[in-house]
Design a protein around this ligand. Structure first.
Ligand code: 3PG
Length: 207
């Protein structure tokens, strides 16, 4: 099992992808890997998501594939059965923590406030997602939170772009950023995997 800390260290950007068609999963993952990406978060916002995660998991050994937008413990059970590498939530619930511990599923919970970060720190979490990063206060908010919780590692996600990612990655507390700009839904639907590979290359070169 690869820990969330290790997964967040696999590259400067974790692409967040939403797949409408599970048939796009393999060419998408292939393009991301060719672009140097080693971790991918597939959001559970479409019916194709579980199938897509399972296909990527079974096809490739050199990428960590997890689920995003995890909001219910039952989803963690399904992810565990398909041997997904990790689960990410926009927020956090005790039932999600229980399920991830029960299934030994690396779990990245989301925080937006100092109290949420404090609560997770008290439970032993070292890594959290800062979501939605830009609307919730931007780089200044992570700077302020890491000043009081220096041991916390943040993965900011939400509103970050190729151009703004370096501002976040400049912070010691930010191990990587998440974002959909690397493989946006439109490019996946257009099956423009060459463009996605170029974006992946640019994103992988950020740090
Ligand atoms: C997520 O799913 O974690 C975020 O919504 C991705 O945000 P972005 O589309 O602004 O990159």
């Amino acid at each position: 099992m690869t820990s969330i800390f290790e997964i967040l260290g696999l590259g400067p950007v974790m692409p967040v992808v939403t797949l409408d068609d599970a048939d796009d999963a393999i060419p998408l993952a292939r393009a991301l890997i060719a672009g140097g990406v080693r971790t991918i978060e597939v959001t559970l916002r479409t019916e194709a998501a579980f199938d897509a995660i399972s296909r990527i998991r079974n096809e490739f050994v050199n990428i960590q594939v997890g689920a995003g937008t995890v909001t219910a413990p039952e989803q963690v059970t399904v992810l565990s059965r398909m041997r997904a590498h990790f689960a990410v939530s926009p927020g956090c619930l005790p039932s999600l923590i229980d399920a991830s511990q029960r299934h030994q599923m690396p779990f990245l919970p989301g925080v937006m406030t100092p109290s949420e970060a404090l609560g997770l720190r008290e439970l032993g979490f070292r890594c959290v997602k800062f979501f939605p990063a830009v609307p919730a206060g931007g780089v200044g908010m992570v700077k302020a939170m890491s000043a009081v919780y220096p041991e916390l590692i943040f993965c900011p996600t939400g509103g970050i772009t190729q151009d703004t990612a370096p501002d976040w990655l400049a912070l010691d507390a930010v191990r990587c950023v998440g974002g959909s700009w690397v493989a946006p839904r439109k490019l996946i639907a257009a099956k423009d995997f060459d463009a996605i590979e170029r974006r992946a290359q640019a994103a992988s070169s950020l740090r």
